[in-house]
Design a protein around this ligand. Structure first.
Ligand SMILES: [Zn+2]
Length: 252
């Protein structure tokens, strides 16, 4: 048994009986992994803040190869994303991002790009007020990392380039945009060229320049219907925090 160390973000925490807690982490080197915080009350209290979801940490653990549940011995906070936890809307938005990552990933599949995207998402939510733009950028970039990059340049039916005068739809099953003629009864949500352009820019911009992207109210409303449903469709899972997030969005 050797002591290992990695940087990670805490995705979730689960009680295990009266005394123990199972923590799920995302690490750039190890991917998603689980660890248990055991021991007396003093040890749990010491790690209470550092094992809270939405916290960037340095974690030390004893590797357990048979159970896949490592034994956490120390967890130090690198970034608590404090302002994220002081505002309900930001908090639920952050929990939506971590739930998406937890649902979308398998254990022990390292992905530095995904870790960087999650840090960007949590940092942007903590720092700014543009919650909807951050969520939509995160969703489309996550879709690409998971291998579900939608076609946004031409109609998937007739292959004509998208033009201003046409009406377009976003098809979950086909994975991209189709024109009204090619839609022919197939399911799809209406999408404007403004929203398509936002998605193209969200994919093209370097991560550090994403803060410059603006999302109009109309595109925000449209993409809020499309992107979470597109991810759920491919992940074949409902995202629990989305329901609560939608309730908050209606009130704001
Ligand atoms: Zn077409």
């Amino acid at each position: 048994m050797s002591l290992k160390n990695t940087e990670a973000v805490v995705l979730s925490q689960l009680r295990l009986g009266e005394a123990d807690r199972i923590i799920t982490f995302l690490s750039p080197q190890l991917g998603k992994f689980k660890g248990v915080v055991k021991g007396g009350r003093s040890l749990r209290c010491k790690m209470l803040a550092s094992t809270m979801p939405l916290t960037q940490v340095a974690v030390w653990f004893v590797e357990k190869r048979t159970s896949g549940l490592h034994l956490i011995s120390q967890c130090d906070i690198i970034n608590p994303f404090r302002t994220l936890k002081e505002n309900l809307h930001k908090l639920v938005s952050g929990l939506y991002l971590t739930e998406l990552v937890e649902v979308a990933t398998w254990e022990v599949e390292p992905d530095e790009g995904l870790f960087e995207l999650l840090l960007w998402g949590l940092g942007s939510l903590a720092a700014g007020e543009r919650l909807q733009a951050v969520l939509r950028i995160f969703e489309i970039r996550l879709a690409v990392l998971l291998g579900y990059e939608p076609q946004l340049s031409f109609c998937l039916g007739c292959e004509k380039e998208l033009a201003g005068r046409e009406s377009y739809y976003f098809s979950f099953a086909k994975g991209g945009v189709i024109c009204a003629k090619c839609r022919a009864g197939a399911r799809g949500c209406k999408i404007s060229l403004g929203s398509v352009n936002f998605l193209r820019q969200a994919l093209r911009f370097q991560q550090e320049k994403l803060g410059r992207l603006t999302l109009t109210a109309a595109s925000s409303k449209e993409l809020q219907q499309i992107l979470p449903a597109y991810l759920s469709y491919h992940l074949e899972r409902k995202i629990n925090s989305l329901r609560f997030l939608n309730l908050l969005n209606v009130r704001c």
